[in-house]
Structure formats: C-alpha cells, structure tokens
Design a protein around this ligand. Structure first.
Ligand SMILES: Nc1nc2c(ncn2[C@@H]2O[C@H](COP(=O)(O)OP(=O)(O)OP(=O)(O)O)[C@@H](O)[C@H]2O)c(=O)[nH]1
Ligand SMILES: [Mg+2]
Length: 419
C-alpha cells in the first residue's frame, strides 16, 4: 500500500534530574555537596533515506520517543545523555506542525538531517549550588520535561518532469522507454496507482521523470483517483502532457487536452502555469487526420509525435525535454519560514492579583526556577527568593501593592510576602 501522508507523534527525551548528595567517607565530617548533573534528553532527528520512496513504514508505528537523560548521581557523576532518535523519511518529505499547519522542514536534499525537537536540559546537581554563603545546598534541579507534538509528514516527490494525461494514454510505457524505471503497464484505466520515478540519461546529464496515475474530468472533485497524486508533480519544472492521439477509446484528443488542463488549473496555479511539452502518443495507430486536426487546433505549442511502442519520436522528445530543462531554473526546496517547536520561554513572567488579595506568579521564568528548587526546603526557598529579587519580581510585587503578609502563589505552593 502506497502511503504519502501520515500523522506521527514525536517527543524528545526529558532531561535527567540533578542529584542532591553529600560526600561521605569514614572520618570525614560534613563532606561537601557532590551531586552530579542530569544528562540532556535525546533529540528527535529526521534524516533522508534515499532508498525509501513512500511513507508506508509509518503505517504501524506512529509514536517516536527519544530516550530521557539519566539522572545525576553522587560523587559528581553526571547522568548520561539520551541518544538522539533518528527518523528516516524519503527524500522530498515535508514535515509540518499539525497544530499550526506550518512547515518545520522540507527534506529536500539527499543527505539532509534536521533536528526537529531538542531534548530537555539536564537539571543541575547540588554541587553546582554551593557558594561561600551556602556550603550545603540541600536541593538540586529537576530535568526539563519535554512535550509531545503531532507532525504531519507529506511526501512531495522531487522530480524534474511530470507526466500527465488521461488513463491508458501510455504514460508508464513512455517512462519505461526513456528511463530505467519498469512500471506496470496494461491496457486498462488506472494501471498506475502510485507514482513511478525514472532517471533519464541524456549525454552527460540526467533528469528525473515522475509518472502519476491518470487524471480524468472531475478529478478535482475526487473522481477517479482525484487530485491526490498531483502533489508528486507539484515540485516539477516541466510537464509532459501525454495524449492518445489515436482516439481509439472514442474520445477526442483535443477534448482530453482541454480537460486535463482544466483539472490542473483547479489543482493549483503553479502546476497550471508550468511549461508543457505535448506528446501525441500512439502515432503508430493514429489516423494522420487526427494529428493534423490536433495541430490545427493547438497552435504555438511544443508538440512532439511519438509512439511508446515503435519508439518513433521518443529521442526527439527526450531532446526537447533536456533543452527545455536547461532553460528553466533548478529545483528548489519549498519557500517557507521554518517553524521551531516550543523554544520554551524561560524569561517571561506574569503577576496576577486574585479576589482574595493574594498574588499569583506564573510564566516561563517562574517555571524555570521552580524546576530547580524544592520550595519547602528552607535553603532552597531562600535561593528561590533571591532569584526573584534579582529579576526584579519582588520589586514589581511591591509596585503592585503587595504588603507584608500578603500571600504569593506559585504553582501549587504559597508563601508570605516579606519586605
Ligand atoms: N499502439 C500503441 N499502444 C500503446 C502506446 N503506448 C502505450 N500503449 C498501450 O496502451 C496501454 C496503456 O499503457 P500504459 O503505459 O499503462 O498507460 P498509462 O497512461 O500509464 O495508464 P494508467 O496508468 O492507467 O493511467 C498499454 O496496453 C500499452 O501497451 C503506443 O504508442 N502505441
Ligand atoms: Mg500508468
């Protein structure tokens, strides 16, 4: 089963906790604090795997959690870092944040590697909180906890040329003749059910051609296989519009041409404005009159007469494609302003006044320092208050009318304000 769009859940590892411990040895009284730091949590990293061409691997595994950092230990032992969790995706995968819909990364290059989520920072051990005035800190910092995020992976194949046309007009046959690809070919509609890619060599260079399932009138409303596969030619630079000029299925070739173009138009502007080369296929069985008639009605366009069976005109078509590609700008990744996940705010804070006259402190800065301290430990609490003072929060509380004895609430803890 071909899958080109999936939702997965990713979570970087939590930071390990810092350790509170004191050096102990026989005959040594009051050894100093020696609690080590917690290790950083593992990152979530995406990388391109050139051997993959669909997102089918994600059908049964949708949850990806990088390992947590290990906790710190006595004797200044720092916790081990969590290993990064590497998620392999096919080239051309676009990663979006589900919540905002914004693009996190376009895995465009063959060797691209992107860290999408960073592991939580490890907490500091109590050894780090020792100072001339605080010889025996009885507290250490907890590791930073990370959040899970939902991301949408969408494969947008990277190819120079897209083959478009009605079902059964010979798109896959053409791909098999000009490239190394060996797609399924058969005399019925919708033989091709997922995109085929082929590399075409032309003298000293090569280009990639994508063959997608056939389009029919109403594809934009979901008829046939609908528009689902057009995303795989969304990035191409050039389209080859394959038309069965023999008319042996009873349709008018010119009608086909118009209808497909109008479907492309209703998909998106970029595709409908891509340069097109028209390949009039099945010339081996086409009445001369059909070809003349088509040429008469479609003037001023690049038209090549070919046959996927006898190979007539195929070399000329490849030459035309190569020539046109030379004139066109190279393939580029999607233009986007990269979205970065919760660069956790660690500096902001906010003060609220409650009905009962108490004050509430909240925000990233408060979370960050509260993470470090056991608020009901005296020593630790002093450290906390000192930090509030340094940041100017105590002064701000005073400006807001806090008086001695007022209650200040932080998370699930409260204390009295003292000037
Ligand atoms: N006579 C003749 N038959 C052709 C030519 N090209 C393809 N065919 C036949 O047309 C049928 C359809 O060919 P495919 O290449 O599978 O067509 P397609 O456009 O990929 O079809 P879908 O994948 O169903 O959209 C097959 O039976 C081919 O052998 C040609 O130039 N001349
Ligand atoms: Mg096909």
């Amino acid at each position: 089963m071909f899958i080109d769009k999936v939702k997965i859940f990713i979570k970087a590892g939590n930071g390990g906790n810092g350790c509170t411990s004191f050096y102990t040895e026989k005959y040594v009284a009051n050894g100093g604090p020696d609690g080590g730091d917690g290790g950083k949590g593992g990152d979530i990293v995406f990388c391109v795997d050139a051997h993959k061409n669909s997102l089918s691997d994600f059908r049964f595994s949708q949850h990806f959690r990088a390992p947590d950092g290990e906790n710190g230990a006595p004797k200044y032992c720092h916790g081990r870092q969590g290993e990064p969790l590497v998620i392999k995706v096919p080239q051309g995968t676009v990663i979006r944040d589900e919540e905002s819909g914004r693009i996190v990364a376009d895995m465009f290059d063959e060797t691209q590697t992107v860290t999408v989520l960073s592991g939580g920072m490890g907490g500091k051990g109590n050894a780090r909180f020792k100072s001339s005035r605080r010889q025996a800190p009885h507290f250490s910092q907890r590791g930073q906890a990370t959040e899970e995020h939902a991301v949408i992976l969408e494969l947008m194949t990277i190819a120079d040329v897209g083959l478009v046309g009605y079902p059964n007009v010979g798109k896959s046959t053409l791909l098999s003749v000009i490239s190394n690809a060996r797609p399924k070919i058969a005399n019925y509609h919708f033989t091709t059910l997922s995109p085929n890619l082929g590399v075409v060599s032309y003298y000293d260079r090569s280009f990639v051609v994508a063959d997608i399932p056939g389009l029919i009138e109403g594809a934009s409303e979901g008829v046939g296989l609908g528009h689902d596969f057009l995303r795989h030619i969304d990035r191409t630079r050039l389209l080859v519009h394959v038309i069965d000029v023999s008319g042996h299925e009873g349709r008018d070739p010119y009608d086909d041409y118009k209808k497909i173009n109008s479907e492309l138009k209703s998909y998106n502007d970029r595709i409908s404005h891509l340069p097109q080369i028209i390949a009039l296929n099945k010339c081996d069985i086409a009445p001369e009159e059909n070809i003349k008639e088509f040429r008469r009605r479609v003037r001023g366009k690049r038209i090549v007469e070919i046959s996927g069976i006898t190979h007539k005109g195929v070399d000329e078509l490849v030459r035309e494609i190569a020539k046109k590609l030379d004139e066109l700008p190279p393939l580029e990744p999607i233009e986007y302003e990269p979205f970065e996940f919760g660069k956790a705010d660690t500096t902001g804070y906010r003060i609220d006044r409650f009905d009962d006259g108490s004050f509430g402190l909240s925000g990233g800065f408060i979370d960050e320092i509260a993470r470090g301290v056991v608020l009901d430990d005296y020593d630790s609490f002093n450290y906390f208050q000192k930090t509030l003072k340094e940041k100017g929060i105590i002064k701000e509380l005073k400006n807001r009318g806090a008086k001695d004895g007022d209650i200040i609430r932080i998370l699930d803890f409260e204390f009295e304000y003292v000037e």
